[in-house]
Design a protein around this ligand. Sequence first.
Ligand SMILES: *Cc1c(COP(=O)(O)O)cnc(C)c1O
Length: 362
Amino acid sequence: MALQTHRPLKAVIHGAALRHNLGVARSHAPTSKIMAVVKANAYGHGLLRVAEAISEVDGFAVLGLDEAIALREAGYDQTIMLLEGLFHVDALKIASAYRLSLVVHNESQLQMLEVGKPGENPVEVFMKINSGMNRLGFAPDVFVAKLKRLESCVNVIGITLMTHFANADESIGISDQLALFNQLTSGSSYPKSLANSAAACRFPEAHADWVRPGIMLYGSSPFADSTAASLNLQPAMTLTSEIIAEQDLKPGDSVGYGSLFHADKPMKVGVVACGYADGYPRHSLTGTPIAVNGHLTRTLGRVSMDMLYADITDIADAKTGTPVELWGKQVSIDAVAQAAGTVGYELMCAVAPRVAVEFSDN
Ligand SMILES: *Cc1c(COP(=O)(O)O)cnc(C)c1O
């Protein structure tokens, strides 16, 4: 047994689920190119493992130069886009050498591209427009002037216009941002990119040339009001462990730090090898769904650093060594996230480096 798998906790990444979810994204936006968003180590799933599973995708979007270089060096020939562009002009040479596409979202990045001799560091750019989220992008009133300057850059060899929605997953929707983006860009023939997962699923009018799905590829729902299963998405990660100790509770006995849970009847507790140092959310309290030997049950009390508690009172076969699913096919990561007051995105990204990761092609 490898040292890494000495503890029963592990994350299994499912290649078939990733491919299936990519197919769902394609079925929503069949005429758009797909830029798989694989930032943050592919939302915690492992950058190169995910890239391999969905290698036929049209492009990859990452945050870091290191991630982009890792993809290019692994042999991926498609578009690789840096979601926040360059942080320093020195990186331009590297970005060009690796044929990376750069988001250009502010004046300082525009200036980085304005210097340089013809043919020196040619790059493709995604020019970002702030259509209302007020995070990154050029303001609508300066867009035309900035685009002119970008067009004059001798080393810019291709321009795509992009924006990002603040509320594609909310009832407020995208109409104001979409209208503004369309008004600014309708006269131009440049390719366009607007949609994240939520907009890819719900707003065909925003599909344009490139969609940028992230969360849906990993099988988590971008919407608070729709489950992943209802969107035909399959979880790409299963986090499993085992019961490592059992405790019998008498009425009035409590469980864990802070004694937050008290038994009101005789109960049985399974102590599970997974805690907040593994990335399991400490903000989840009693009642968070968890599966023990295939039976859906609940957590009890407060999550510890390395352990948490499952209610196994009604699970006759549960004992030390019994398998537990923290999230995956039986327990949706979104349900765990909801119990912790957060979203599936945060839980996936937070899986700790100490958790053993296995890749399964199915
Ligand atoms: C992260 C990100 C996405 C992907 O969003 P999901 O909600 O995960 O689909 C798309 N576009 C940009 C600019 C992003 O930063």
